[in-house]
Design a protein around this ligand. Structure first.
Ligand code: FES
Ligand code: FES
Length: 158
């Protein structure tokens, strides 16, 4: 039976129908039109679908949509403030941390969760935070540098 699910998506209240076994990723992409979380492996192993649920990174391909009921969902689409990119997005551009870009939304959301709870992470903490996110292009080093750079830029704003 189709059910309704309601939650906050990037600060806006949304509602959508969902099949009983439909994932949050499917609802975001196919019912709400937010294609920023990517459908990669769909098996919980690549991290491309990472979104934040009440501030915690989750694999939206493994989470049933019902799990988001009444909660706060954040995707990379909501990070920019109008034309102004989030420091993580700026740093990913400046450090050439995106090539094909498929992993980037998940990487950035995993990084955002880290910087929200730990504004001054060590390199090792950055590596740990993105350990569930696969990148086939960059070799990871530009991504790690970008996250550390974003931390510095956010600190300079405080
Ligand atoms: S698409 Fe969800 S972990 Fe790969
Ligand atoms: S930039 Fe292509 S998979 Fe990471």
């Amino acid at each position: 039976m189709v059910t309704a699910v309601s939650f906050t998506l990037n600060g806006t209240a949304v509602a959508a129908v969902a099949e009983p076994a439909e994932t949050l990723l499917s609802v975001l992409r196919h019912r709400l039109g937010d294609t920023s979380p990517k459908a990669g492996c769909l098996q919980g192993t690549c991290g491309a679908c990472t979104v934040l649920l009440d501030g915690e990174p989750v694999l939206s391909c493994l989470l049933l949509a019902d799990a988001a009921e009444g909660r706060r969902v954040e995707t990379v689409r909501g990070l920019a403030d109008g034309p102004t990119l989030h420091p993580l997005q700026e740093a990913f551009m400046d450090r050439f941390a995106a090539q094909c870009g498929f992993c980037t939304p998940g990487m950035i959301m995993a990084a955002k969760a880290l910087l929200d709870r730990n504004p001054n992470p060590t390199r090792e903490e950055v590596i740990e935070a993105i350990s569930g996110n696969v990148c086939r292009c960059t070799g990871y080093l530009p991504i790690i540098e970008a996250i550390l750079e974003a931390a510095r830029r956010l600190a300079a704003r405080r």
